[in-house]
Design a protein around this ligand. Structure first.
Ligand code: 4AD
Ligand code: MG
Length: 444
């Protein structure tokens, strides 16, 4: 008796196998029970036929509740009409063992409100849609890491508890570190820069924290960021790296995850269009385009949202409007220095803008990466650190990087959850992470 998982069914056509899992759904046809069995790798239709089974076991089959756990043995049959994930396979049950008859399950195939589902996130994870999303999330992580590893980047982990702010002080989570203030990392970047000087090309990938008092569909308090950092790298080279990486990731998901994308009803043509090169426009040009669009817009509400002046940061409506001008992600570079982080290199001869670049995803998903060239000059960096509002002595180590063989360098951070939302086509980031941390939620 071979124990297999549902994803292995195609290799066992006609054979007797054992599957172990949970009852996703059951249809009662009297002498026939159609059990949709899931085991984490997929869903398969298992057919219990009274005549072909032990009577007591058939009795159990005909009473199985949603999410009951069972072990079934039977013959694998190819049947193009059989539902499932992926469909086309059926198991004719000859033996059924009950592990546990589940109590009445709170989440039924009927519609539930989002807050109810988020309260039951630990159970909601078992649903088909969440299965699809979290498998694509894992696929994206795998593709990102494989690609960077192949390009000669070294994974070097960065700390979560830090004495400094990595970006700014407006959204820091402060903790009490045995009487000293410490902060949850907003970014691994500053440590990445030290690691980069040791290994040339590095990346870190871990959870980052922002106490954002905002309740938007793009913001989480805890999110995962992938951050590559490269020695001897310019902003132009950084953009080439980013577009190659993103195109690779989208292609990898399209290649291996069609069943998941089908469950999510993702418009594949939008993903198939994601090929390098991506468009590149300066912040100046983006503002000009937005002002033109603003002038042409007649709907008062839309018009008000699009208003912008040079120097303003983009809000979601601006990002969406710019993204809608292109069929693939678009880089916006050289933002005003005043609205970007302290470590960004000013543009030579025009210090009011900096060597920064954000990548805006299509279809209104907003900024998925943010990066820049880093200030190389120790004196300028020192001056910038003085503006942050945290004891500059905590940045001593970071400044030392500029004294011992500094080099031009650049890097970026990719927000995993926003990337997952975009690739999956989801309206909100809350479903892109197993347990979302939001303004009003840190349960379960
Ligand atoms: O643009 P950010 O703040 O950049 C940094 O932290 C740099 N230190 C990265 C680097 O250069 N190494 O954040 C990077 C990305 C954003 O583009 C966005 O995708 C995501 O992280 N992000 C968030 N995602 C979800 N919730 C939030 N509150 C986010 N804040 C940023
Ligand atoms: Mg940013």
């Amino acid at each position: 008796m071979t124990i297999i998982r549902i994803s292995d069914l195609p290799a066992h056509n006609g054979q007797v196998v054992t599957l172990r899992g949970w009852v996703y759904d059951r249809t009662d046809k009297g002498k026939l029970q159609f059990i949709q069995l899931r085991d984490g790798t997929g869903i398969v239709q298992c057919v219990a036929f009274k005549r072909e089974m032990d009577e007591a076991e058939f009795e159990i089959a005909s009473k199985l509740t949603q999410e009951s756990s069972i072990i079934v043995t039977g013959t694998v049959r190819a049947d193009p009409r059989a539902p499932g994930v992926p469909g086309g396979w059926e198991l004719g049950i000859s033996k059924l063992e009950l592990v546990q008859m589940a109590e009445e399950y709170p989440i039924t195939p009927k519609e539930h409100g989002v807050e109810f589902l988020m309260d039951n996130r630990h159970l909601w994870l078992r649903s088909k849609r969440q299965w699809a999303i979290l498998r694509i999330r894992a696929a994206i992580v795998r593709a990102l890491r494989n690609w960077l590893d192949d390009q000669g980047f070294l994974l070097v982990d960065t700390p979560i508890i830090t004495p400094t702010a990595g970006e700014n002080t407006t959204n820091l989570f402060q903790i009490d570190y045995f009487g000293e203030p410490a902060y949850l990392a907003q970014t691994g970047q500053l440590y990445n820069e030290a690691n980069m000087m040791a290994f040339g090309r590095v990346y870190c990938f871990g959870p980052t924290f922002r106490a954002e008092k905002s309740k938007t569909r793009r913001h989480l308090m805890e999110f995962w960021m992938l951050e590559p950092e490269l020695a001897f790298c310019s902003l132009e080279e950084l953009m080439e790296l980013e577009e190659a990486m993103i195109a690779h990731v989208v292609a990898a998901v399209l290649e291996k995850h069609q069943p998941e994308l089908a469950i999510l009803e993702r418009d594949l043509s939008r993903l198939e269009a994601i090929k390098a090169p991506f468009a590149r426009i300066s912040y100046d040009e983006a503002v000009e385009r937005l002002q033109k669009l603003h002038a042409e817009t007649t709907d008062p509400e839309a018009k008000a949202e699009l208003a912008i002046q040079w120097g303003d940061d983009f809000g979601s409506p601006h990002e969406t409007a710019i993204a809608n001008m292109f069929d693939r992600p678009v880089f916006v570079y050289h933002y005003p220095t005043a609205i970007k982080a302290f470590y960004m290199e000013p543009v030579a001869g025009r210090p009011e803008v900096c060597r920064s670049v954000d990548l805006l995803a299509p279809e209104g998903y907003g900024e998925i990466t943010g990066g820049s060239e880093r200030i190389a000059d120790a004196a300028l960096l020192d001056k910038q650190i003085a503006t942050i509002g945290i004891d500059p002595s905590n940045y001593k180590w970071y400044l030392e990087l500029r004294r011992f063989g500094t080099v031009p360098h650049a890097g970026f951070g990719l927000g995993l959850e926003r990337t997952v939302a975009w690739i999956c086509g989801l309206p909100h980031v809350r479903e892109t992470i197993p347990y979302a941390r939001m303004l009003n939620r840190h349960y379960p």
